[in-house]
Design a protein around this ligand. Structure first.
Ligand code: XLS
Ligand code: CA
Ligand code: CA
Length: 443
């Protein structure tokens, strides 16, 4: 049966080059162009997300939805609405030309009146998704379970004071992980939106962290039980909706994972979560790479004047160039990708605004990729960085790191040799100018 069209006025988006004046074309994102030995699409593995683009009605804390989406018409039966929504989503993915999408269980299928009914709804919509995927070739970058919207999760899912809520969340993740596996997903994400606290005066921190670790072990065990080869990813966020979230940032998560023997788990880093945590996104990516937990990216941006998660489309090549450089330097994202966890502004009410947002974002990522590759290939930063640490390759540096010298040994050595090390310029300004030259020149 042919599917209803929701974007009939839009033709498939094509690459037309930097001189194109067609706002519905790519100027920089050229999927097949080879950069640093790989197709652009294979570097970026871009995904559109289901929730912001097809579920969110344009509401905020002060007002109702502003976006009229026929697939979200409240007059529709919930499963009919889910079917229309899926047709709209796949029409969009296909016309935009993204190879991947991401979803929560509750994005693609409505919650039923019992857990059993919710599972039935999900199974039915997973069958429908499999057909759309077969028809369009669009794949799953990751799936996840929504463990934060329903009122049962107000006090957390895995970290809830009530073990029945833990059980419910575990059952939901069991089903969502299996659904992701059935759809051949490359990763499974856990964002702990309500895994934190609103106040410490009613919270047993130690207990909640242990519960969270137990939950993650259950997920990892089940991943192996069912033969899911994707990566389990934790998505750090410092706060919102909770006052404090346990998965605060990449470093906190890396410490938690190694403390609990969960070393195969990695992180899905979101740009807007990094900035909410007082970090740059560059910092989060560099920290995750250094700690060996870099998994995948939620590409978006916040607003410097707002202290909350605005999830806007990325639009700054400058901001993303060093992020790309860091990712390339780390050898790429592997099974990860760039998921547009992005939503339109509430006043962007036209359906085609979804295209403008994603086209601009993909062009920005593509340009940042060109800059990152140019920085890497030139060695401009890397050679200087290596030179800066050259002493650590000498006998003193090697002996220190090999634990061959104690504090008294170092005391004796400094005294005997009358050491008097002099500062060396870090050349920050020179390096910033070099980065800017790559941004100007990368084509
Ligand atoms: C919310 C998160 C969420 C995750 C998926 O802030 O970004 O959308 O990516 O649950
Ligand atoms: Ca996200
Ligand atoms: Ca977000």
């Amino acid at each position: 049966m042919p599917h209803r069209s929701f974007f009939e006025d839009i033709d498939p988006i094509r690459f037309r080059g930097p001189d194109s004046d067609d706002p519905l074309s790519f100027r920089w994102y050229d999927a097949d162009r080879v950069v640093a030995g790989r197709r652009m699409e294979d570097h970026l593995r871009p995904a559109a997300c289901y929730w912001h683009s097809f579920v969110w009605p344009g509401s905020d804390m002060f007002g109702e939805g502003t976006l009229e989406r026929p697939w979200n018409d409240p007059a529709l039966d919930p499963m009919d609405a889910a079917t229309d929504k899926m047709a709209a989503a796949f029409e969009f993915f296909e016309k935009l030309g993204v190879p991947f999408f991401t979803f929560h269980d509750r994005d693609i299928a409505p919650e039923g009146s019992s857990f059993k009914e919710s599972c039935r709804n999900l199974d039915q919509m997973v069958d429908a998704a499999a057909e759309h995927m077969e028809r369009t070739g669009v794949q799953v970058l990751w799936g996840t379970a929504n463990l934060f919207s329903h009122r049962r999760y107000a006090a957390g899912a895995a970290t809830n004071p009530d073990p029945e809520v833990f059980a419910y969340a575990a059952a939901q993740v069991c089903h969502a992980l299996e659904a992701t596996h059935r759809l051949g997903g490359d990763n499974y994400v856990l964002w702990g939106g309500r895994e934190g606290y609103d106040t410490l005066i009613n919270t047993d921190l130690r207990r909640e962290l242990d519960q969270l670790a137990r939950f993650l072990h259950l997920v990892v065990e089940h991943k192996h039980r069912i033969g899911f080869e994707g990566t389990i990813l934790i998505e750090p966020k410092p706060s919102e909706p909770t006052k404090h979230q346990y998965d605060f940032d990449a470093a906190t998560v890396a410490g938690f994972l190694s403390r609990h023997g969960l070393d195969e788990v990695k992180v899905n880093l979101e740009a807007n979560h990094a900035t909410l945590g007082g970090h740059s996104f560059h910092h989060e990516v560099a920290a995750a790479a250094a700690l060996g937990v870099l998994g995948s990216i939620d590409a978006n941006r916040g607003d410097a004047q707002n202290g909350w998660d605005t999830d806007q489309f990325p639009n700054s090549v400058e901001d993303l160039s060093l992020v790309m450089f860091e990712i390339l330097r780390a050898g790429g994202l592997g099974r990860g990708g760039f998921n547009f966890d992005t939503k339109l502004r509430r006043q962007s009410t036209s359906r085609d605004d979804l295209f403008y947002g994603h086209i601009g974002a993909l062009d920005v990522l593509a340009r940042a990729l060109l800059v990152g590759a140019s920085l890497l290939e030139s060695g401009d930063l890397e050679d200087r960085r290596q030179a800066r640490y050259a002493g650590w390759g000498g006998p003193l540096g090697e002996d220190i790191l090999a634990a061959a010298l104690s504090l008294p040994d170092l005391h004796a050595m400094v005294t005997d040799r009358d050491l008097d090390p002099k500062p060396v310029s870090g050349r920050q300004e020179l390096l910033e100018n070099l980065v800017n030259r790559h941004i100007e020149r990368a084509r």
